[in-house]
Design a protein around this ligand. Structure first.
Ligand code: XIL
Length: 343
């Protein structure tokens, strides 16, 4: 915590370094310890998602989301919002008979408004839309695709019915624009509005798509770049990650626009637990952190899950900063060292 304070002083802006929390998580004393000494930023792992926050159409239930925000405040930490629109973890009423126009004109604006308004103006950033871009070259995508083609390339739409239909009904980006114009209207004046996605950060087709969608939101939903952010989830592994220089180049592209970059869900899977891989994991963790620390436009950095035994990846992946007994791993020491070096 005191190191993070020193980092903020050098950076000239708060540096928000955090992890996930939900009130029903096991091991309250471990959480209490890390969120009051090691992290200064909190995101709900599941508690602010659509299924949790609008279980019945039109009725907000922000109980868990607000409880996580209170937990952050109680621990002197800031809170980020994840998320207001995603194809996964949707309420049971959402698919089915809802039409695309109902979705764009009523369902999305209502959900975004009640969630963002309910959490208030202190939220540092909201993932307004999560994972709306298709999966890059594996799905035949090229760098030159339009924002609409990028979103149409998302293969989860038809089966997951996020657009309210059982067919791929993403015929335009009005659902994205609706989410962002509503978010801009109801968010605090300093809350960043993010488009968040995985397998991004380098000079690849999917990242090009994310940038294309960002430009579209700026142009067609009239959201100024200084309110916009790109969240790089960064669910990576020791064999598949973006180099520090490539990440830095991407962050710099956003800085040139006046937009913010953030690392939103970092975890780094190991092929198997061994000290050799743990060293590589630590080095990659440090490089992702450096890319954010040394970028003028990156000040939120979230590690996804606090320890290996509660990780969504499973214990065997050993993808978090703390082991299954809650002891800091090499990566945690590396993170501390990089923060100190920067400060
Ligand atoms: C995951 C949570 O960690 C799990 O507990 C849950 O069962 C599924 O979702 N991308 C995201 C996160 O944006 O919300 C996901 O979180 C991980 C992938």
């Amino acid at each position: 915590r005191s190191t993070l304070q020193d980092v903020a002083t050098r950076k000239g802006q708060p540096f928000l370094f955090g992890s996930t929390y939900d009130t029903y998580d096991a091991d309250a004393s471990f959480s209490q310890n890390v969120f009051s000494t090691f992290f200064n930023h909190v995101v709900a792992e599941n508690g602010c998602k659509w299924d949790a926050t609008e279980p019945t159409r039109g009725t907000a239930d922000l109980t868990e989301c607000l409880a996580v925000q209170s937990y952050a405040t109680k621990n002197g930490a800031t809170f980020r919002g994840h998320n207001t629109f995603w194809h996964s973890q949707t309420p049971t009423w959402l698919p089915g008979s809802i039409t695309a126009s109902d979705l764009v004109n009523n369902v999305i604006p209502q959900h975004v408004q009640q969630t963002i308004q309910g959490l208030g103006s202190s939220v540092t950033s909201w993932d307004v839309v999560n994972e709306i871009v298709g999966d890059g070259v594996s799905n035949g995508m090229s760098i030159a695709q339009s924002a609409l083609q990028c979103v149409q390339n998302k293969k989860d739409w038809p089966t997951q019915t996020a657009d309210g239909s059982n067919t791929a009904l993403v015929t335009d980006l009005s659902f994205v624009h609706a989410a962002f114009t509503t978010a801009l209207k109801y968010a605090g004046s300093t809350t960043r509005l993010a488009i968040n996605d995985y397998n991004t950060g380098g000079s690849d087709a999917k990242t090009a798509c994310v940038l294309a969608v960002l430009a579209d939101i700026n142009a067609n939903a009239a959201i100024p770049y200084n309110r916009l952010a790109v969240g790089f989830q960064s669910h990576i592994s020791t064999t598949s990650f973006i180099s520090k220089s490539a990440l830095s180049a991407t962050f710099a592209k956003l800085a040139a626009l006046g937009a913010t970059a953030m690392i939103t869900e970092l975890d780094i899977s190991l092929p198997s637990a061994s000290s050799g891989y743990e060293r590589l994991q630590a080095a990659i963790w440090g490089d992702y952190l450096d890319a954010c620390l040394y970028a003028s436009n990156c000040n939120e950095f979230i590690n996804w899950d606090t320890r290996d035994d509660v990780s969504w990846l499973g214990t065997a992946q050993a993808g978090t900063l703390f082991d299954s007994s809650g002891n800091p791993k090499l990566a945690a020491f590396e993170v501390q060292a990089r923060l100190q070096r920067y400060a």
